[in-house]
Design a binder for this molecule. Structure first.
Ligand code: NAD
Ligand code: MG
Length: 394
């Protein structure tokens, strides 16, 4: 890459991961040529970053905000566009590296578009792999593109595996903080509010993933993500609660040794790792003082507190479109929890019910599938989740 700037695009630039990515780009501006930035409703943020980084194109997901975006970019020469087709086109613009940091299944089609043009896909959007892992990895193989994990646990596994023979791996452990309610009495969980669930003990993240951390749906998605990314058998992937959030993952080898990845809870480490890979570069991340930290603790997750983990195991065993159904049902259950339609503990009940219904309809267990099948399983699961919620209220 010497002598040439790396052409990059950031999908979901206005979110938590997107902003951390932009922070790193701004610190090393001469190294990057910014092709496209995409965002949602925060037009001011999107326009300001597009100007600051000299992006060629800025896209909002919302058609109704195109005029606002155009106005905000007036006189800059930066192209403005809106809507889902424009998001896919932005992702398909020739680039060397694309950050996938849209939240939810909405990130799938743009991620596939980026892989299709051969760009390295830095993948924060885990939903992409949960809903369509085999499709995404096949798209990468077909174009020779690479998928580099950005989720901290998966970046940790990726780093622990460097130079190792994957066949010597016995097991993989991903850690979980346990989320906002890890120490709450079980009977209090039913009354937990969205605001309480959106307060993370260690990480500063978007609202949705923070609530998913409290319910462990985030870790459930990450189990599936690990299976799809690295091809580990589900029974070799474990979850441990680690309240300090400093050890992100451990890889155990068949000689009995384990390699752990340790670092502060700052996503700029994993983002920067994917940005400069295969080089390591200096990053503005705090250095840990282990003597001051004193101890690292681990414990097994209680299945009664975190039913989402058991659901993820069911999904991995079923394969096919079960991941797409699971992810979509989870997204809708989360919408209904945030809207106050269902309680915190109902989220996993709704997802379980949707899985049961969609599997018996034959949607979930199908073999080979394309994007159309994934999107249709996704839509079906969302409608089913809405129906389950209405039935519960009635
Ligand atoms: P966020 O909510 O802060 O930002 C999401 C971004 O996606 C925003 O730019 C938003 O405008 C855009 N967006 C939302 N809905 C969209 C839609 N329908 N179409 C197009 N764009 C849309 O989310 P985040 O916390 O930055 O998370 C982004 C992704 O990274 C998620 O998949 C999350 O699971 C994953 N992730 C996040 C963290 C973290 O620390 N925040 C860590 C690991 C993985
Ligand atoms: Mg994670």
């Amino acid at each position: 890459m010497t002598g040439r700037m790396k052409r990059i695009s950031i999908l979901g630039a206005t979110g938590s991961i997107g902003q951390s990515t932009i922070d790193l780009v701004r610190r090393d501006k001469g190294a990057f040529d910014v092709v496209a930035l995409t965002g949602g409703r925060n037009i001011a943020r999107l326009a300001e970053d597009a100007r600051a980084l000299g992006a060629a194109l800025a896209v909002t997901a919302h058609d109704d905000l195109l005029d606002d975006l155009r106005a905000a970019l007036k006189g800059t020469g930066i192209e403005a566009a809106a809507g889902s087709a424009a998001l896919n086109e932005a992702a398909a613009r020739p680039a060397d590296w694309v950050m996938s940091a849209i939240v939810g299944a909405a990130g799938l089609a743009p991620g596939l578009a980026a892989l299709g043009q051969g760009a390295t896909l830095a993948l924060a959007n885990k939903e992409t792999l949960v809903a369509a892992g085999p499709l995404v990895m096949a798209a990468a193989r077909a174009s020779g593109a690479r998928v580099l994990p950005v989720d901290s646990e998966h970046s940790a596994i990726f780093q622990a595996l460097r130079g190792e023979d994957p066949d010597t791996v016995d097991r993989v452990v991903i850690t979980a903080s346990g989320g906002a309610f890890r120490d709450w009495p079980l009977e209090r969980l039913a009354r937990a509010t969205p605001l309480e669930a959106a307060t993370h003990p260690n990480w500063d993240m978007g609202q949705r993933i923070t609530i998913d951390s409290a319910s462990m749906f985030n870790k459930a998605l990450e189990l599936i993500e690990a299976k799809e990314l690295f091809g580990f058998e589900p029974e070799r992937i474990e979850v441990l609660i680690h309240p300090e959030s400093l050890v992100h993952a451990l890889v155990g080898f068949h000689d009995g040794g384990m390699i752990a990845h340790v670092g502060p809870p700052d996503m700029r480490h994993a983002i920067g790792h994917a940005m400069y890979w295969p080089r390591r570069t200096a990053l503005p991340v705090a250095r840990l003082d282990l003597a001051e930290i004193g101890q690292l603790s681990f414990r097994a997750p209680d299945p009664r507190r975190y039913p989402a983990l058991g659901l993820a195991r069911q999904v991995m065993a079923a394969g096919g479109l079960a991941g797409a159904v699971f992810n979509a049902a989870k997204e809708r259950a989360l919408d209904h929890f945030i809207a106050g339609h269902i309680g915190f503990c109902h989220m996993s009940e709704v997802v379980e019910e949707v899985l049961a219904r969609q599997m018996t309809c034959g949607h979930a267990g199908a073999g080979g599938f394309g994007l159309d099948e994934v999107m249709s399983a996704d839509r079906g699961a969302r409608l089913c989740a809405d129906a389950v919620v209405v039935e519960r209220q009635g």
